[in-house]
Design a protein. Sequence first.
Length: 327
Amino acid sequence: MSGIVTVTPAAAIDRTYTVSQLRFGEVNRASAVSTELSGKGVNVARAVALGGHPVSAVLPLGTDALGLAESSASQGLLVIVPAGGRTRVNTTLLDRESGTTKINQSPLPLHTAVWEALVSQVDTEITRLAADWLVVSGSLPHIVESDLMVPFPDLLRKAQQRGVRVAIDTAGIALETATQHLDLVTLLKPNTHELAELTGRPLRSIGDVAGAAAELHRGGCDVVYVSMGADGALALSADGLWHARARATVVNTAGAGDASLAGFLVGSSGSDPSAIDVPSGLALAASWGALAVSQATTALTSLDNAPQPVLVRDPDPATPLGEPAMP
């Protein structure tokens, strides 16, 4: 079985506070607090490992987070590149009335030497796991010396030259940059809000989402996978269009997209290593994403009780979205 390597250039410490009712401008007391090492690629790797697939998560960490990495239940998955200094902190507030509120710190810049060490370590892990997927996830930091975004297209190009598929899950300028290099991207995973902003299209229906995804597919991306929150997920490839949905009680939406991406990668890896089984991947993605929102933590800790998905080929384009997205 070939492996999966994730890289998280802007790893984070995730702190989650549960309150009975969040009151802005007042003192709030948490009934529960959890702290975990996180970042989108770390969350993806944890879920992939639960599915029994070989995986490693490459990430730079500040000195303050090294102890947390050593005590993490996922320690065996983590490949740490010491970055010195501190690690950014992302905060999640859970309350029964308003749901999930996220406060994410901006990525901290990396020195050139750290970025180069990260790229080298990714290459080493691809070799070690005979990986057929490289997953680039989350926010992308700038380089200290140049104040420019890390040159991640070079990382994608190196992966392609080695015959490794590339999956991208990022947002903002980093996502725009990725779309300028779609010939290097096998799988692009925006959510509906990111897709609306990227394409300048209002997304009010399944057909709107499919049309926007088709733009990216025509641009050179093999598979466009769109996570749509409570509206499920949609995937478009040369083989067709599919929609999948699974239901769950929502506790915390943070990390659900990472769990669903992990499900797609595991589910789409069939007996033929040269093929991507898009419908099987989408079905498992919907299941794992729904499972993720039913738990309080950011990363999946178990695959028990994952809900059954409903998979539809060529969904009705007129179906309205419960959560529309505007550019």
